[in-house]
Design a protein around this ligand. Structure first.
Ligand code: ADP
Ligand code: MG
Length: 321
């Protein structure tokens, strides 16, 4: 049986990266970080609980990836560059067959973004994974939820709805072929945090949020924090490759309210349209212009003909569903 300290040393402790901001990592009472002069620290926590956020038998490598991805996505939505993270882990048992792929999935994504694991806590308990992540962003350039202005365009990165489509198949709400599920499932299990895009949007975009609970609800947070309203063109929303093949009603519903996409929704002045396209190109991701911010409060949804549509289903809410 692995002891707690063997477990940490084997799966979570690594030599410091050469150009690290970490003066002291795993092993002492605290980690020590040296922030770059003049930068603000961006800090965010996300907790994933077995049976709530993932299935108990979830593939451990994908799970390791996803736990860090959702945290990286919060930094992306702030325009922050990831630096480091801590990992608090409750485990039912110290099982190497689970820990090895879990840490491999997590640390591979960490390395891709130069984000170091600098500490954490490990305890026995129902499987729960809680990460706190640290990033840096120049003052005045963070992409805050309260920064949308009437007249801004609303943009969405990548595509929406395939994660929700995979979930629907698991829940037997609809049927997908094996090939369709194989293509949609990675969007749910191994999301791609849009870190490069978030950083590239600094100084160009006004407000941003990552889409975890569904676009309509998440955009709603920008609207209420900024004291504005919006019109969204539902048929301009970019559906995922698999959702693309489904009927119009499902496309609309899942692009608008499907969760777990971890794309960015952001607002920017009209004069920045070219700059946004260049930033997206540099970041290697497509962006779509899907609506406008308006002074009048509330979210209005219109179809391709400009006809108003009711918002059928609210976004995902942990305390209501
Ligand atoms: P303390 O008793 O001071 O809380 P711990 O014994 O919990 O310290 O942890 C020992 C060291 O290992 C600390 O540096 C802590 O940050 C680190 N650590 C514990 N669990 C993890 C983990 N899951 N991932 C990374 N580092 C961890
Ligand atoms: Mg501890």
């Amino acid at each position: 049986m692995l002891s707690e300290f063997e477990l940490i040393a084997r799966y979570f402790q690594r030599p410091p990266a050469p150009d690290s901001r970490t003066a002291l990592g795993v092993g002492d009472d605290c980690a020590l970080m040296t922030p770059a002069p003049g930068m603000q620290l961006a800090i965010s926590s996300d907790m994933l609980v077995s049976g709530r956020h993932f299935f108990a038998d979830a593939d451990p490598q994908a799970l390791g990836h996803k736990c860090l991805a959702v945290n990286l996505s919060d930094l992306a939505a702030m325009g922050a560059q990831p630096i480091a993270f801590t990992l608090a882990l409750a485990l039912p048992e110290a099982d190497p067959a689970w820990l090895a792929p879990f840490s491999a999935g997590m640390l591979a994504l960490a390395d891709r973004h130069g984000c170091e694991l600098i500490g954490g806590d490990t305890t026995r308990g129902p499987l729960t994974i809680s990460i706190t992540i640290f990033g840096e962003v120049p003052p005045q350039q963070s992409l805050r939820r309260d920064a949308a202005r009437a007249g801004d365009d609303i943009w969405v990165s990548g595509s929406l709805g395939d994660a929700r489509l995979a979930l629907a198949a698991y829940r037997n709400e609809l049927t997908l072929s094996d090939t369709e599920l194989l293509r949609a499932a990675p969007r749910m299990h191994e999301p791609t945090p849009r870190v490069e895009l978030g950083v590239a949007l600094r100084g160009i975009a006004h407000a941003a949020i990552d889409i975890s609970d569904g676009l309509a609800g998440d955009l709603g947070h920008i609207l209420s924090r900024s004291g504005v309203g919006a019109t969204l063109q539902v048929d301009a929303l970019p559906p995922g490759n698999v959702l693309q093949q489904r009927e119009l009603d499902l496309r609309r519903r899942f692009t608008l309210t499907g969760g777990d996409d971890y794309e960015l929704c952001f607002t920017a002045p009209v004069r920045q349209r070219d700059a946004i396209q260049k930033a997206a190109h540099a970041a290697g991701v497509e962006v779509a212009r899907v609506g406008s911010i308006e002074a009048a409060a509330g979210l209005r949804i219109v179809d391709a003909n400009g006809q108003a549509m009711p918002l059928a289903q609210d976004s995902f809410d942990h305390f209501r569903s």
